[in-house]
Design a protein around this ligand. Sequence first.
Ligand code: AMP
Length: 194
Amino acid sequence: MPIQMTIIVLFGPPGAGKGTQASFLKERFGLVHISTGDVFRSNIKNETALGKLAQSFMDEGNLVPDQVTIDMLSAEVDKNHDANGFLFDGFPRTVAQAEALDVLLDNYQTNITAMVALEVPDQLLVERLLERGKTSGRPDDANTEIIQNRIKAYYTNTAILKSYYESQNKYFGVNGVGSINEITERLQELINSF
Ligand code: AMP
């Protein structure tokens, strides 16, 4: 793995638009996109042991345990050891995961370039997720109570990562309200400045 690589953590609460923006950014910057939620969902679909384990947590809108998630993420990174860079989407979500990611990247003699956070007010998140739930086929998007639980998990476990990366001068907030194109433009401009 080259030492000079772009490694972006795309951050924000559920419904902030991480997945939508990641699909543009990975093409634009030639990054390997790893969405832990997508990997879990594909394991559920394929009825793997990991999928069975993750499902009960995901169905309730709770986080999958750290060690399970970290092991899965490490395996995904190892599979792509020849990548030019990574776009992590939905990971890390806890301090333990952020610390594990630092150790993992350190083993490859590299580190995070930046945490790029999509900032969106809560009310808009619920609206967006319910709208997405009409077509996404995701059970955790279809129910207001589960959505609220996911947002709660974000504030309880994940929001703290803002200060984790701020203390390393690696936190960059982006206004996540606007059209998809407008937000892509803002993100591109920021990532180009790194
Ligand atoms: P997402 O697709 O990012 O919205 O994630 C959907 C669900 O997958 C979450 O509500 C969690 O149950 C689980 N999940 C995804 N990423 C993580 C992670 N980094 N740590 C723990 N659970 C995760």
